[in-house]
Design a protein around this ligand. Structure first.
Ligand SMILES: *Cc1c(COP(=O)(O)O)cnc(C)c1O
Length: 426
């Protein structure tokens, strides 16, 4: 199996090459040249989640140097639970936040780290990421103490929550946390500039860990496939998913699982006030905007980078796209009232991102829906506690990180300052 660019299907790479490269040379995103059709009905129902994941990802790694290690990669990456919690007869919540940094980003970041470390045996890799929240912590945690990999995580100083900051700065060792005196966009600009700056490439192979990397997308399709397979065994029905969406990575993965033949019915994208997907469905125009700040901040994306993959999957055809994809845009007030309603009705506490999914559920028909819970509520205590008038219980993984000392440097959004911080940290 090879992967090609969404902008040039003649530009083909092995999965390892695509992982190391991140973005294709032509600026497109790597996608598989076809979707293997999986005979899931023949699977033994004693498969563990990592075994299941390795089995359905095998075709994507076929012929690649990582193929013999895929089972070990999945065992190491997916070492936490993914419970499906039932709220009522036709509404369940798929909790993807039981990894070390309490968001679904742990699935992708840990899988990427397992792949990247194995591909960096001969030479050093530097991973540079800009984060406005969950990506930075998931990547830092996944790569901490991995051989031959250095990670630089930049975040806008003072603009992320204390708990989010602690999850980035608590690592030390090969993880350099930089609090940048600027905005998220300033951080992102430095990441982009680094890839054309020879100073970095003289140090080591430079790579990124954001959700354009194929090694973050592939692991995400496994939980949609797994959940639909398990549900089908119970009730013989397809599973319908509602997915809180920002950069469209997680939802693209769900469509990929469906394209592989898994018993998945409808897929609904819930966004916050950043509504470019809904506008595209309504108007046929994809019109990226600067992002609007909301209380579901991990979804504050005005120009979703994985849109290109989701559009490509639908032959870049608006009619096909809008036939298959439904989207809801949810305001901050609606998020707040949803958190309250779900707490009162089910005694269940949702994070602000997941709440967009429940809000969408209420607008939909009463067939069975699975809402994807993307983060644990205890990461967002400053938003949730005033709404429910109750102190949140801190998840044990989070408490452990909060108790560690912080290691961070402060810098202005200047390339030279980031480079100096990197040299001083080595
Ligand atoms: C990243 C993130 C999202 C958005 O996922 P995308 O793949 O970017 O669409 C939603 N919720 C949480 C908590 C996140 O961290």
């Amino acid at each position: 199996m090879l992967f090609y660019s969404t902008r040039n299907t003649n530009n083909k790479k092995t999965v390892s090459q695509a992982i190391l490269q991140g973005l294709a040379e032509d600026g497109g995103l790597f996608v598989p040249e076809y979707f293997p059709q999986i005979d899931w009905k023949s699977f033994s129902n004693s498969l563990s989640y990592p075994e299941f994941a390795a089995k359905i990802l095998a075709d994507y790694f076929d012929g690649d140097e990582l193929a013999p290690q895929l089972t070990a990669i999945c065992q190491n990456a997916f070492n936490f639970a993914l419970p499906l919690e039932k709220l009522n007869d036709n509404t369940s919540v798929l909790e993807l936040f039981h990894g070390p940094t309490l968001s679904f980003k742990d699935f992708g970041a840990r899988f990427l780290a397992e792949c990247m470390t194995r591909l960096s045996k001969e030479r050093k890799t530097i991973i540079i990421v800009a984060t406005s929240g969950d990506t930075g912590s998931a990547v830092a945690s996944a790569f901490h103490n991995k051989q031959n990999v250095n990670v630089i995580v930049m975040f806008p100083d003072g603009q992320i929550s204390k708990r989010q900051e602690k999850q980035i700065t608590c690592w030390g060792d090969n993880i350099l946390a930089v609090a940048v005196n600027g905005t998220f966009d300033d951080c992102q600009k430095i990441v982009k500039q680094s890839f054309t700056d020879s100073w970095w490439t003289e140090q080591a192979h430079l790579s990124s860990a954001n959700s354009i990397n194929i090694a973050r997308l592939l692991p995400q399709l496994t939980y949609y496939a797994y959940t639909s397979w398990l549900s089908y065994q119970c009730n013989g029905e397809k599973t319908n998913f509602i997915i809180p969406t920002g950069n469209v990575g997680n939802s693209t993965a769900a469509y990929w699982a469906k394209a592989m033949g898994f018993p998945i019915g409808d897929i609904v994208l819930a966004t916050n006030a950043n509504r470019v997907i809904l506008d595209y469905i309504n108007t046929s125009k994809f019109d990226p905007k600067t992002s609007i700040a909301t209380i579901a901040n991990a979804m504050d994306v005005g120009n979703p980078s994985n849109f290109e993959r989701l559009s490509f999957l639908h032959d870049n055809d608006w009619e096909k796209f809008k036939t298959n994809i439904t989207s809801f845009s949810v305001s901050d007030d609606e998020i707040r009232s949803t958190i309250k309603e779900v707490k009162n009705e089910f005694n269940y506490i949702m994070c602000p991102h997941t709440a967009t999914g429940y809000f969408a559920r209420n607008q939909l028909d009463d067939k069975k829906w699975v809402i994807v819970a993307t983060a644990a509520p205890s990461k967002f205590e400053t938003i949730i506690e005033p709404i429910i008038n109750e102190e949140l219980i801190v998840a044990p993984q989070l408490q452990e990180l909060l108790d560690k000392p912080s290691h961070l440097v402060k810098a202005n959004p200047e390339m030279k300052e980031i480079q100096n911080a990197f040299i001083n940290n080595k």
